[in-house]
Design a protein around this ligand. Structure first.
Ligand code: AP5
Length: 211
């Protein structure tokens, strides 16, 4: 099963994607996390990505498309995969070419803007494994121990691009650059209300995938 997860920043693509990945035993390929890993490792891609990411801008389309195309060739993607955060504009969809037609499900997670900003300002990410948490009591999941990842014990931190200014910029880019993809593929897009708790959203997504 090949899935593309769309939705503005904070809609929960990473959170719900991880639950779907576990249920169907297919990898979650987060474009953002792959770029952050490249930055951490100091690769050529990481060096290019750094300045774009920290300012809340998209990295050049050729760079990210090559990263994704290479990643989906790996053995663990044979049964399928979940793409989170790719493509983000029409140019990337175009560079992905025929592979766009091989996607079985295009899902759009939808939530109000105030809720997205609230979630993102409380987001914390594990430096070691990339797991995502939230420090706002009304968001999910909260880490069991302050500043510590429940899964690997790694330190959790606030991403540099999770400032209110960078968040607003990214949300603007989503409207102007990513939404046109959803318009282009509107016949295939299934919209899911993502304004609830993760379990409720996950169940909605599973229903759509199994319909
Ligand atoms: P990326 O890593 O994709 O970050 P993002 O744009 O901020 O969006 P996310 O995908 O992280 O948000 P999300 O919907 O997954 O929300 P999450 O589940 O974390 O990209 C980072 C950067 O990389 C980009 O700005 C760009 O520079 C670059 N990049 C990436 N892809 C690119 C591409 N294709 N082309 C070019 N450049 C690219 O949830 C948010 C928070 O809310 C979390 O704290 C979570 O715990 C909490 N939460 C989630 N769901 C719920 C819920 N239902 N109820 C309560 N709390 C919830």
């Amino acid at each position: 099963m090949k899935i593309m997860l769309f939705g503005p920043q904070g809609a929960g693509k990473g959170t719900i994607g991880a639950m779907v990945s576990e249920k169907y035993n297919i990898p979650l390929l987060s474009a953002g996390q792959m770029l952050r890993d490249a930055m951490k490792e100091g690769t050529e891609v990481g060096k290019i990505a750094e300045k774009y990411i920290n300012e809340g801008n998209l990295v050049p389309p050729e760079v990210i498309t090559d990263v994704i195309k290479e990643r989906i060739q790996k053995d663990d993607c044979k049964k399928g995969f979940i793409l989170d955060g790719f493509p983000r504009n029409l140019k990337q969809a175009e560079l992905f070419g025929e592979k766009m037609n091989e996607i079985d499900h295009i899902i759009e997670l939808d939530a109000p803007k105030e809720l997205l900003i609230h979630r993102l300002t409380g987001r914390r990410t594990c430096k070691n494994c990339g797991a995502v948490y939230n420090i706002h009591p009304d968001c999910d999941p909260n880490p069991k121990e302050e500043n510590k990842c429940d899964k690997c014990g790694g330190e959790i931190y606030q991403r540099e691009d999770d400032t209110e200014e960078a968040i607003k910029k990214r949300l603007g880019i989503y409207d102007s650059e990513t939404k046109p993809i959803l318009e282009k593929y509107q016949d295939r897009v299934k919209k899911v209300n993502a304004g609830d708790n993760p379990q409720a959203i996950f169940e909605r997504v599973v229903k759509v995938l199994e319909e």
